[in-house]
Each structure stands twice: as structure tokens, then as C-alpha cells.
Design a protein around this ligand. Structure first.
Ligand code: SF4
Length: 294
């Protein structure tokens, strides 16, 4: 594992994210050993196996302490997404404890946090998260809408263990994520499923969406987010090329359909997204689960 020094670690967004409500993003590691083939950060910088290029931002705690103190002074509270370009609980976290150190600082400065993960290691930090949940200060326009300092969102692209093992080879399997979500719910947290991306013709069918929504209900989710797949680039380490290899191995019959969806753009056309949205609405309404964090 490389150790790198950073000058800045807390990224302030120009605009609050409409799905996740975060104003800041924070990433303890560079790259991600979960290695999802569709990951948007992919590209030549990290190579085909992102576990090989992984780096820990070794001075991250000092930098974060300084940056949070600065934001407090300006009264710029807002939700911090931990993380947006890595998983906060990759295996290396067991050794480096960067995420844990960041959470201690987030608690010290009383910021709210959105945890986005696929890992059961989050259970290790539930005690710190409980304190953040009680003590965090929200941005004024969110404080009436969200009365919790912590949101825990578990990411899924499918519930099928075989597809997940191929497409997200370094990540815990979906069933383990569901069970971890249940533990977090039982510990009193606001939890949800983040099904972004769903995979066209694979996990975006009515039947598959229904299964995900039923799992969300069964394992205690307060919400489920459902969105489409983006695929970028034309280099060998880019998500579009790696995803194409996955289709060749597992679903060659779908290649013509994908060619139509991703012919020109990195995202599927508006008509596809509208249809996905309408079907997701219908299924979520039927099962009585909301499609947003608040
Ligand atoms: S867990 Fe997230 S950051 Fe890591 S490879 Fe998968 S999509 Fe990318």
C-alpha cells in the first residue's frame, strides 16, 4: 500500500447532491480494492486492478481537523459523504483505521455524515456513529427535514451473488450487506439501500426491482434509491470496456441491447431513465417504501 501526503481532503461541492444530500465528500483512500467493474472512478490512473494502485492518505487526519475547524468558524455545516470515490471500509481500513480517525474528527466538529459502503466493517464504528447521530449540527435548510446526524447507505447493483462476485470482485456479497444493514437498523440508525446503478436488462427488470425492494423492507431499510448505470471511456481500464468484457463472459446476448443504450453517451437515454423511474415508483409505492433519504 502506498502512503501519500495530501494538502486537502475535505471537498466542498458546488451544489448539494440531490440523491445523497451531501455538501462535502471525504475519501480516506485513493482507489478502491472492491474493484467494481462499472465504477465511475476507473481509468488509466488506477489500472484494471484498482487494488494494486491503492494509496492511503496518511496525513489525512491532520488535514481534516484543520479543514473542519475552518468550516466551523464560517458556520458552514453540511453532510459529509464518506466516501464518494472509494469504500470507507476496504480491507486496508482494518489496519490503517483512517475512516475511524475521520469519524472521531467529524464527531469533534459536530458535522453530520452519510456513510456509503458495501462492507460489514462499519459495525466496528457504530459507537462513534451513535454519538455523531446525536450531536451533529445540520445546515439550517436541512435541520427541519432531517433530525438525524448519521445516514448509513448500503450500495447494491444486484442481489445475485454470482453476478456480484464477477462485477464487484473485492466487495462483500449482497447478502452480507443486507445483514449488516439490519444490524445498523437494530442499533437505531437511519439506513437505506443505494441501488445505483441497477444494471440494464439484468437487475433493472420489474422482477429484479421487486426483489430489491422486498429485501429493503425485510432488512429494515428506511429508503431505497434506484438509478441507472453510467459507463465511461474507451481505454482498457475504463468502466465501459471492463463492463463490456463482463457482458461478453456472462451475458453475450445483451451486447446489442447495450450498444443501443450506450451508443453515443456515457448514460442511457432519457426515455430509459424515465421508464426505470416510473417502474421504481410503482413498485416502491406498492411496498410502502420511500425513494429518498428524507
Ligand atoms: S465500492 Fe464504490 S468506489 Fe469502490 S470500486 Fe465499487 S463503486 Fe468504486
Amino acid at each position: 500500500m502506498r502512503e501519500i501526503l495530501v494538502k486537502s481532503i475535505l471537498n466542498k461541492k458546488k451544489k448539494r447532491d440531490s440523491w445523497f444530500l451531501d455538501d462535502y465528500t471525504l475519501n480516506p483512500y485513493e482507489g478502491c480494492s472492491f474493484n467494481c467493474q462499472y465504477c465511475y472512478i476507473r481509468g488509466s490512473k488506477y489500472g484494471e486492478n484498482m487494488a494494486e494502485g491503492l494509496a492511503v492518505k496518511i496525513n489525512g487526519r491532520e488535514v481534516l481537523d484543520r479543514q473542519l475547524a475552518f468550516r466551523v468558524k464560517k458556520d458552514q455545516y453540511g453532510i459529509i459523504a464518506l466516501a464518494s470515490a472509494t469504500d470507507p471500509y476496504i480491507r486496508a481500513e482494518e489496519q490503517y483505521k483512517m475512516t475511524q480517525g475521520f469519524l472521531e474528527l467529524i464527531l469533534k466538529h459536530r458535522f453530520p455524515v452519510l456513510m456509503i459502503t458495501r462492507s460489514e466493517l462499519i459495525v466496528r464504528d457504530l459507537d462513534i456513529l451513535k454519538e455523531i447521530d446525536k450531536q451533529a449540527i445540520h445546515a439550517p435548510d436541512l435541520s427541519g427535514r432531517l433530525n438525524r446526524g448519521v445516514v448509513i447507505s448500503f450500495s447494491f447493483s444486484t442481489l445475485d451473488p454470482g453476478i456480484a462476485a464477477t462485477l464487484e470482485p473485492g466487495a462483500p456479497l449482497p447478502q452480507a450487506r443486507l445483514e449488516t444493514m439490519k444490524k445498523c437498523k437494530e442499533a437505531g440508525f437511519l439506513v437505506g439501500m443505494n441501488c445505483i446503478p441497477t444494471l440494464p436488462f439484468i437487475s433493472d427488470t420489474d422482477e429484479q426491482l421487486e426483489q430489491m425492494v422486498k429485501a429493503a423492507k425485510a432488512y429494515g431499510a428506511d429508503y431505497i434509491l434506484i438509478g441507472g448505470l453510467t459507463l465511461f471511456g474507451s481505454g482498457p481500464a475504463d468502466s465501459k470496456m471492463l463492463y463490456r468484457k463482463f457482458l461478453e463472459r456472462k451475458f453475450p446476448e445483451l451486447i446489442p441491447e447495450y450498444k443501443k443504450l450506450y451508443r453515443i453517451f456515457y448514460a442511457p437515454p432519457e426515455s430509459y431513465l424515465r421508464d426505470l423511474n416510473e417502474r421504481a415508483d410503482r413498485i416502491c409505492n406498492r411496498h410502502g417504501i420511500r425513494r429518498s433519504i428524507v
